[in-house]
Design a protein around this ligand. Structure first.
Ligand SMILES: Nc1ncnc2c1ncn2[C@@H]1O[C@H](COP(=O)(O)OP(=O)(O)OP(=O)(O)O)[C@@H](O)[C@H]1O
Length: 622
């Protein structure tokens, strides 16, 4: 018994054509072909006549005529038509076309259209005819949570919520804020603090119908107060804990940033039972290990509730089993999240996740890594791990964000609040929000005039303190040497040339106003909070928009005003201005420094350059 019936296409008459029928058909088709040939010749003559009179588009018509043998094509068409009728061969658009010249042109320009010209074949599907099927364009679409975030108001100054009025924070933290001069919440804090507290109001253990809290992503401008937006609610949730265990882990890309966030945690945890610890390589590994736990009553106990770490040191502690226990972790805070995603190759996140859920799934109240939500997965009560992501330039790329394994994420963003809703789901070039008090300039210049310009900014325009960025540590070092040799400016450099302690001291001195010009690589571009910086100079134009946003974001913080200058060579201007504009900048103004303004410094500058050559040579031989 046959399992399949194979139906073949039998032509218009639905039965095989006999030999005489084929011959008749062939004759008919040949006549038709001859008639068409005559028609085409006639048309061509007409066209030629038109061409002679108009002589407007000779090339286009020529291109249609050249390289395409109409007659061959026509005959070929008809022959194929016949063969197909006889044998059911695959049929293409060109085979049935009325006008091969038009087809040749069309087939280059347009996708193939459905074959309406042959009514006899309606309803017949040509298998494997992929090439000629019209293909629709793929529109990439953002997931709902990214496309429609909770909007954070951009205006810091006019949207201040008093700390004491209807505050979600406990009186102890409110007082702490007042003591530290914080009397109002910034918009990002007013939105994010209640959201984190709300998710934790049912206590630490969830399950049995309770819901796992949604992960939170925050994209808000530089200097808008994101640090307090996570420090305050985390402290409030944890301050009533009974036993000291690591319940919050904040991961930051650099030592300096870890130090800064550690300080803020320390300030607000003071007076509570919570203990904060830093694992960022400021101390030796052994010293950090010793500070992680202590033996009390014969049992090893954690000595930290909150840990602030860099990914490198964190991975060391997990891998070397130094006594860091993350099995009670409730909050995983990822600051500068877009940068942290880029450092995912260190696989720090998967190590943390493994350390949180561990292999011990059998023990009572053991944690299992959540997978699909089912009645069974919800039934054992267990502590949820909530991820909190923060950045001024949070990526909108779902594929990148997916690496973080977010659970029903909720996005708070100021960058998207002005986008029209109709376009909200489309994947567009990424746009970011810039601080309101920031005024951006670009200074057209030549390579040789750059050092003179920076000296002019400090000595003539009195713009200090300036934070000046270069693209390499070599440039930073040479510029530093040159400014030192020129004299009259208190300058310092900040890069990986310096030891962590030297870097720490330099930042402190810059903060204290002892340094007028800090020449830095991108090491100081992200997150560093030095409230006194009035002016940022991009001595070298940054190559990527994210880096530009973070660099210029070192000024105009916390609602203050600030200036950012970017020195641009002529070849850089077009691309750079376009990049900044596309990212949503309100616009860069052109600042021209006249050559006469630099004239008086030029002689001394030339002498300094010669001195510099000597110093650099000496350094190299050392
Ligand atoms: N509510 C507030 N009132 C007054 N000052 C505040 C308030 N919140 C934060 N600040 C101050 O604003 C400055 C910037 O805050 P923070 O460093 O948290 O910004 P950020 O958004 O994390 O910036 P970046 O993206 O550059 O890291 C800090 O000096 C901080 O003390």
């Amino acid at each position: 018994m046959s399992l399949f019936i194979i139906n073949r296409y039998l032509g218009d008459n639905e039965r095989p054509a006999s030999k005489s029928q084929s011959e008749a058909l062939l004759q008919k088709l040949q006549q038709k072909a001859e008639w068409k040939q005559r028609q085409t010749l006639k048309e061509r003559e007409e066209h030629q006549r038109e061409d002679q009179t108009e002589q407007k588009k000779p090339k286009k018509r020529k291109s249609k005529d050249v390289g395409f043998n109409e007659d061959d094509s026509e005959n070929h068409n008809e022959a194929v038509e016949l063969r197909r009728k006889e044998g059911g061969e695959k049929r293409t658009k060109r085979d049935v076309s009325e006008d091969p010249i038009k087809d040749a042109a069309d087939s280059e320009d347009k996708p193939a259209e459905p074959e309406e010209s042959s009514p006899a074949h309606t309803g017949f599907t040509v298998l494997g005819d992929f090439e000629h099927k019209p293909s629709s364009k793929v529109h990439r679409v953002l997931p709902q949570w990214l496309a429609q975030p909770d909007a954070i108001c951009r205006d810091i100054k006019n949207n201040l919520l008093p700390v004491c009025v209807e505050s979600p924070l406990c009186p102890q933290l409110q007082k702490k804020l007042q003591d530290n001069g914080v009397h109002h919440f910034f918009p990002v804090q007013a939105e994010v603090i209640p959201a984190i507290l709300d998710a934790a109001q049912h206590g630490s253990l969830l399950g049995r119908g309770g819901f796992r809290p949604r992960d939170i992503c925050v994209s808000a401008p530089t200097g808008s107060g994101k640090t307090l937006a996570f420090v305050l609610p985390v402290i409030q949730v944890l301050m009533t804990r009974m036993v000291c265990e690591v319940r919050a882990l904040a991961v930051l890309p650099t030592k300096e940033l870890a130090q800064q966030v550690y300080k803020v945690f320390g300030t607000y945890a003071e007076g509570t039972p919570l203990r904060v610890l830093m694992l960022a390589g400021q101390k030796s590994f052994a010293a950090e290990q010793a500070s992680l736990s202590e033996i009390r009553g014969g049992v090893r106990r954690s000595t930290a509730d909150i840990i602030v770490a860099t990914p490198g040191r964190l991975v060391d502690h997990i891998n070397k089993n130094s006594g860091l226990c993350l099995q009670q972790l409730r909050f995983l805070i990822i600051d500068e999240a877009d940068r942290m995603i880029d450092s995912m190759h260190q696989s720090w996140l998967s190590l943390v996740t493994r350390a949180v859920y561990g292999p011990e799934t059998t023990k009572l109240l053991g944690r299992t890594e959540p997978a699909c939500i089912t009645a069974a997965s919800l039934s054992p009560p267990q502590m949820p791990l909530q991820k909190l992501l923060f950045s001024a330039t949070l990526t909108q790329n779902p594929e990148k964000l997916q690496q973080l394994g977010l659970h029903q994420p909720r996005l708070f963003s100021s960058a998207h609040s002005n986008d029209p809703p109709a376009d909200a789901t489309a994947l567009k070039p990424e746009r970011f929000d810039f601080p309101q008090g920031l005024t951006e300039y670009y200074v057209p210049c030549t390579l040789s005039k750059k050092p003179l310009l920076i000296l002019h900014f400090i000595l003539r325009m009195k713009l200090h303190p300036i934070l000046c960025f270069t693209n390499s540590r070599e440039t930073a070092h040479r510029l530093y040497l040159l400014v030192q040799l020129f004299g009259g400016v208190q300058a310092a450099e900040f890069s990986s040339r310096l030891s962590p302690n030297e870097r720490k001291r330099t930042l402190k001195e810059f903060d204290q106003g002892k340094i007028q010009l800090l020449i830095s690589t991108d090491a100081a571009a992200r997150g560093i909070d030095i409230p006194g910086v009035k002016c940022v100079v991009n001595y070298d134009a940054p190559q990527f928009i994210r880096m530009y946003i973070h660099r210029v974001g070192r000024t105009a913080r916390a609602g203050k005003s600030g200036l950012a200058f970017t020195f641009l060579l002529r070849v850089q201007e077009k691309r750079f201005l376009q990049m900044v504009q596309e990212a949503g900048s309100p616009g860069l103004q052109k600042q021209i420094v006249k050559p006469e303004s630099l004239k008086s410094m030029e002689e001394r500058y030339e002498g300094t350059l010669q001195e510099l050559a000597g110093v650099v040579k000496k350094e190299k031989t050392r």
